[in-house]
Ligand binder design. Structure first.
Ligand code: GLU
Ligand code: ZN
Length: 321
């Protein structure tokens, strides 16, 4: 049974250093839970091997603590929960909601007629293997094939309401295409792991970057298939460089660990984030607790977050000055 109390999570991926964009999303997630007397879980999402770096796990924790973002519980690493994800996969197999796909990336790209830029969220899987049954898997295994388990979207419009973006709708089968939940080699995929975790860890409100808006359709389809109650979702704009592209090395070093080493104070970072969220009028340094007090005094403060990405200009926001 889900309680009415908000239960959110911080879900860093230890695939590299956490940067200003991650900090902004974590700060919003933290303020959202703490301004509504909720509970917050830290869950390190370390399934994305081999991109996961061993040093990045502890560093993400150090970054959060340094910023003054705390949590109430720590979830086990995803890499220790593979059996839970595989259990869910079995349920999807029994319902014939997944099928083994042996296509290579090249085959998939060759099959899709549309230019890649026209896709909303990656190449739409053209459905080459969709006639297969889950029961075909043992034969493929015996023949030594590598395959991915694809989730079979049903046709028709899916709808959900984002707490910041408002109503969302899409024919996911057409616009996104069947998606990967696991492979017969390697760990289960993000879409399955995050859904099982959010459900089992009783997360009822998810705050994350809007690069994951389309993933929400995929996760919602898994919730429905497994008969689980989905959480609420709130997707926030990303941080970009002056060229409008997602924050990257060429925009200057925006790693939190770098600033920490340079002697930047966390209050300086929270200060500029606070202004970017329209919680304060200036980017004067402020601690996370003081910012929380401001958020608590403002009904649904997150609705005031400026629409569209926040442009971070290293030269104008030079924290190391
Ligand atoms: N671990 C993911 C990331 O760092 C977040 C996944 C999620 O919030 O659902 O991008
Ligand atoms: Zn295929």
């Amino acid at each position: 049974m889900q309680s009415d109390r908000v239960r959110g999570r911080l879900a860093p991926s230890p695939t590299g250093a956490q940067h200003l964009g991650n900090a902004r999303t974590f700060l919003i997630a933290w303020l959202h839970v703490r301004s509504s007397q909720g509970e917050l879980l830290l869950r390190v999402e370390d399934l994305d091997t081999p991109r996961t770096k061993s040093w990045a796990n502890q560093q993400a924790i150090d970054d959060l603590r340094w910023l003054g973002i705390d949590w109430d519980q720590t979830a086990p690493l995803q890499s220790s929960r593979t059996d839970r994800y595989l259990d869910a996969l079995e349920q999807l197999k029994r319902q014939e909601l997944v099928y083994p796909c042996t296509c290579s990336r090249t085959q998939i790209e060759a099959c899709s007629s549309a230019p890649h830029e026209s896709f909303l969220d990656g190449v739409v899987y053209p459905g080459r293997c969709a006639d297969r049954s889950a029961l075909d898997a043992p034969k493929l295994d015996a023949q030594g094939h590598r395959y991915a388990w694809r989730f079979r979207f049903s046709q028709g419009t899916m709808q959900w309401i984002d707490d910041y973006l408002g109503p969302q709708q899409l024919d996911a089968k057409v616009s996104l295409g069947d998606f990967i939940v696991a492979r017969n080699y390697g760990p289960p995929a993000y879409q399955l792991a995050v859904t099982v975790d959010d459900h089992e860890q009783e997360i009822n409100h998810v705050v994350r970057g809007d690069d994951l808006v389309y993933s929400t359709y995929r996760q919602l389809a898994i919730y429905r298939a497994l008969g689980w109650e989905p959480p609420g979702w709130l997707h926030v704009p990303l941080v970009v460089g002056p060229d409008g592209k997602r924050l990257a090395k060429r925009h200057g070093d925006s790693r939190l660990s770098y600033w920490r080493e340079q002697g930047v104070r966390p209050e300086q970072i929270i200060g500029s984030l606070a202004k970017s969220l329209r919680l304060t009028q200036t980017d004067a340094p402020i601690g996370s607790k003081d910012l929380l007090a401001i958020a608590k005094n403002k009904q649904q403060w997150w609705l005031d977050i400026p629409r569209g990405p926040w442009v971070f200009d290293q030269d104008q926001n030079n924290h190391s000055e």
